[in-house]
Structure formats: structure tokens, C-alpha cells
Design a protein around this ligand. Structure first.
Ligand SMILES: C[S@@+](CC[C@H](N)C(=O)[O-])C[C@H]1O[C@@H](n2cnc3c(N)ncnc32)[C@H](O)[C@@H]1O
Length: 278
């Protein structure tokens, strides 16, 4: 049970208030010219959640290469790209001949990327997709369960989602997985982070060792918050494996598990699933 003002506010309003709170700091930094290089305003960084913005991007670039087989010449799609946390380190790693496309449902973050990243790196493109999310885009009409990605079949070598399926409900997630399979070339890879429920993570949750308490059962997943379920969602490893198979994505021999649930051996915070398009 959540208590206090924070617990009484809907998640979308909390996100909005967080942005208002950091707006004066952003304004002062802009006027002073403090923000050199590709560093987004603090209010946008804070809306992603915890962690060091730059380090998070660098950590994932390494994982995309080592676990996902990302190449310098790859055609890359970043689904739910936010304010470019992953795009920014990719600008200095991908060749100028490579292609990067990112889309997200939050217009302000996309505008920042279009204004600050694309002019310096013309092979990096960002689009706003007006898709509904109770937390991130509560006024949109289009459902994620019906959304068709704005790209043709087989256009990408590498599609990644970092901390996006951890905020998407089952019907939405399944449609996105089908879309990911559609836009990947045969042999192309998806790299997706999740909170996966398996014997180990369930036991750690039971012992109270997890950083997130997935205690509410929804149809097809677990949430930490029944009022705003998309705040954090966990899926059984079995269901994620079978969804991948259903959509022609072959999960590799290994899943890289995270420390979100209190594991002592881990690769990152969330669990990482890399699949190959059949
Ligand atoms: C925690 S943030 C992560 C942002 C970015 N992937 C990163 O790692 O920095 C979650 C992002 O998912 C986006 N998102 C949520 N639902 C989405 C959907 N249906 N389609 C695309 N993006 C979505 C949100 O707008 C938000 O930018």
C-alpha cells in the first residue's frame, strides 16, 4: 500500500510534475550555456528513471556489441528510444553509412533528439508515434496492440528495446514482438530487456530481496502497482520464450539475467533476451 502524496498521484501526473520540478534548473543551465555536447535537459533524463544517463548508454553499447552482435554498418531500430540514452553513444560507434531509427510516444523527448542529434548525425532519425500508454501518453487514441511500426518488412539488422517491455501490457507486447519480427531481416537480431519471472527470481521475490515488488497478478503478467500497472511489469520466462517462438524469433542458448530481483551474479539491472529472426 502506497502512502503520502506520492502514492495518491497517478503515475502520468507524477512524471509531469517531475518535469515541472526540473524545468527551472534546465532553464538556468541553458542560459548559462552549461550543457555542452549531447546532454539532454535534466527533466527528460529524470523521466527515464534512476541511474547515470551517460554510463547507462555506454554500458548498453558494449552489451549490444558483445551479446547482440551489433556491427558498425548495421541498420538499427531503437523502439521506445526516449531522449536518446542509447542513440548518443551509438553516434560515435556506428559508421556514417549505418542507419539508426528511433521512435517513441513522448513528443518532447523526440523533439530534443531531432533538434540536437540529427543535425550532427544525419543518419540518425527520430519519430514520434502517437500511441497510448497510461503512464507515458495517456491522451493518445492508437493502441500499442494495433500499432504498425512505420517501416517496411526486413529493413533492420538489429532492433533493441531497453526498459520498454517492462512498461507494456501483454497484448501490446505481443503486437510489438510481431512487428519486431516483421521489420527484422532474416538472421537479424532483437535485443530486449525484461523483468523475467522464473524459479530463481520468484524465490528472491518471496524472500523480499527484489528491488521491485511484483505482487499483483494481471492476466499474463505481474505488476507492482494496480492503479498504474505499466509502472513496472514482469513476465514469466516461459511466456517470453514461447512468444518469441510464435513470432519467428529464436531465443539464443543463453539469457543474461539482471540484479533487479536481488541476484548476486548478473549482467545488468534488467534481464536481457537476444533472439535471431528465423
Ligand atoms: C524507462 S523509458 C526507457 C527509454 C529508453 N529506451 C532508454 O533506455 O533510455 C521507457 C520508454 O518507453 C517508451 N514507451 C512506452 N510505451 C511505448 C510504446 N507503446 N511504444 C514506444 N515507446 C513506448 C516511453 O515513452 C519511454 O520513453
Amino acid at each position: 500500500m502506497k502512502t503520502g502524496l506520492r502514492g495518491m498521484l497517478p503515475q502520468s501526473l507524477r512524471l509531469f510534475l517531475r518535469k515541472i520540478y526540473y524545468a527551472p534548473k534546465d532553464l538556468i543551465e541553458t542560459v548559462r550555456g552549461n550543457r555542452s555536447g549531447l546532454i539532454p535537459p535534466t527533466r527528460m533524463i529524470k523521466s527515464i528513471g534512476g541511474g547515470d544517463f551517460r554510463k547507462g548508454g555506454e554500458e548498453f553499447l558494449k552489451l549490444f556489441i558483445e551479446l547482440g552482435g551489433l556491427q558498425r554498418t548495421s541498420a538499427v531500430l531503437d523502439v521506445g528510444c526516449g531522449v536518446g540514452r542509447m542513440a548518443i553513444p551509438l553516434t560515435s560507434w556506428l559508421d556514417a553509412t549505418a542507419r539508426y531509427e528511433g521512435f517513441d510516444i513522448t513528443p518532447e523527448e523526440i523533439r530534443w533528439c531531432q533538434k540536437n542529434i540529427t543535425p550532427k548525425f544525419p543518419n540518425f532519425h527520430f519519430r514520434h508515434s502517437d500511441v497510448y500508454s497510461h503512464v507515458y501518453n495517456p491522451t493518445a487514441k492508437t493502441r500499442a496492440s494495433e500499432y504498425r511500426f512505420p517501416f517496411g518488412d526486413g529493413e533492420f539488422d538489429f532492433v533493441f528495446l531497453t526498459s520498454v517491455f517492462t512498461h507494456m501490457l501483454p497484448a501490446d507486447l505481443e503486437n510489438y514482438l510481431a512487428e519486431i519480427a516483421r521489420v527484422l531481416k532474416p538472421g537479424g537480431r532483437s535485443f530486449i530487456t525484461y523483468f523475467l519471472l522464473n524459479d530463481e527470481s520468484r524465490e528472491l521475490l518471496r524472500q523480499g530481496r527484489s528491488t521491485l515488488d511484483f505482487k499483483f497478478q494481471l492476466e499474463g503478467c505481474m505488476t507492482t502497482d494496480t492503479e498504474a500497472p505499466e509502472s513496472a511489469l514482469a513476465y514469466s520466462e516461459e511466456s517470453v520464450r514461447s512468444l518469441n517462438t510464435r513470432h519467428g524469433l529464436n531465443v539464443g542458448s543463453r539469457i543474461w539475467y539482471g540484479f533487479w530481483c536481488g541476484r548476486s551474479e548478473f549482467t545488468s539491472y534488467q534481464d536481457i533476451v537476444v533472439s535471431t529472426r528465423i
